[in-house]
Ligand binder design. Structure first.
Ligand code: ZN
Length: 373
């Protein structure tokens, strides 16, 4: 069965197919980022193929798994250095499967993109918490807002888009209720779908930065991190709110020091309510899970991007109805930061989600993209 190496660059995706002897079986193909579904459909029709991506793969891995294809992740130790902006090239990815197959990780659709790297993620987050003080003191770190807020403010957030048609369908529901939300956009997708991005902004919603290609941040150099964030800012029109959410919620010491060093830089937004919608448990289960976890000040993680988000769309009315019935005031995530004059009023927030819900405990991928992203 051939291997399909799938790389990304600023121009989109490249596909290289080779057989087990390392011979190219078809000419390389390129797909603009706006045609990511075309790439998935092409590979689905190919059927007998094993896909190989790296850990910066632009959300393609979840969509491929959703299509029923086996997806292998090649990590940096098995690959040549990445270019200044992009993944390892497609030929190198497919070649890693031929020459270093045992070093690759077959992604588990339930565990998501970070299959096999959860303990590493946990260590990075734990180490980052030691460096989070300056951001908290500056009022630039939030996992949830004021629990005692009499207004019972709460924020809906949607990650990994824009992703037509689901982003537009979510915007339709939000418009029907007249409630705001925050969209953490992936730069690659924002650049490919400017109309959806413009509609988010024109509808009064908030846009945050979720990197260009949704990489696992521990694999990036500081220069790569800066490029991921700055290019996404540009693609999103330099949103004034200056919000940043790391993919999978993975904070790293380097991210913390980079954010702290930028005095006018981004504010870090995590979450405390995980809808787990990317696992597609059904709209009822998504809605019940969100309503059960929600508390005043909560930041709710959902996804418009990364795959088929029809269950998220279907769950949204019940979520909004339930929150309104419970007296919540839906607001923008950017309004939930602690006020600077009382930097310690919320106390320490050591983890973005209650430990009982932590993906590190349950094995769930927080913002992963599997059937999604
Ligand atoms: Zn994400």
């Amino acid at each position: 069965m051939p291997f399909a190496g799938i790389s990304w660059s600023e121009h989109g995706f490249e596909l290289v197919m080779i057989d087990e002897g390392g011979r190219q079986t078809t000419p390389p193909r390129t797909f603009p980022a706006g045609q990511i579904w075309g790439l998935v459909d092409h590979l689905r029709r190919t059927r007998q193929v094993r896909c190989v991506v790296d850990s910066t793969n632009g959300l393609i891995d979840g969509m491929l798994m959703e299509a029923g294809l086996p997806v292998y992740r090649a990590d940096p130790g098995s690959l040549p250095p990445r270019p200044r902006f992009g993944s390892a090239d497609a030929r190198a990815l497919a070649g890693a499967a031929v020459h270093r197959f045992t070093e690759l990780t077959l992604l588990d659709p339930v565990k998501g993109t970070l299959t096999g790297r959860r303990s590493e993620q946990f260590r990075q987050i734990a180490r980052s918490e030691q460096d989070a003080g300056p951001l908290r003191d500056a009022g630039r770190y939030v996992a949830y807002g004021d629990r005692s807020d009499p207004a019972r403010s709460i924020a809906l957030t949607f990650d990994d888009g824009p992703n037509p048609p689901y982003t537009g369908m979510i915007l339709d529901v939000l418009a029907r209720y007249g409630v705001p939300a925050t969209f953490f956009c992936v730069g690659m997708r924002a650049a490919a779908h400017p109309d959806e991005l413009a509609r988010i902004v024109a509808s009064g919603h908030e846009v945050g930065n979720h990197t260009w290609s949704h990489p696992f941040l521990p694999d990036l150099s500081e220069r790569e991190l800066a490029e991921q964030v700055e290019r996404t800012d540009a693609a999103a029109g330099y949103p004034a709110a200056r919000l940043f959410r790391p993919p999978y919620g993975t904070r790293t010491p380097m991210l913390m020091s980079w954010l702290t060093g930028r005095h006018d830089g981004h504010r870090l937004v995590l979450w405390d309510v995980d809808s787990a919608d990317w696992q597609r448990p059904g709209p009822d289960a998504i809605a019940k899970g969100v309503l059960k976890q929600s508390r005043p000040g909560s930041i709710i993680l959902m996804h418009d991007g990364g795959g088929d988000r029809s269950q998220t769309v279907d769950a949204l009315p019940a979520i909004i109805d339930g929150l309104l019935a419970d007296g919540y005031n839906l607001t923008l995530a950017g309004s939930l930061f602690p006020r600077k004059e009382k930097p310690h009023c919320l106390g320490p927030q050591p983890f973005p989600e209650p430990l009982s819900l932590s993906p590190l405990i349950t094995g769930r991928t927080p913002c992963a993209i599997r059937s999604r992203p």
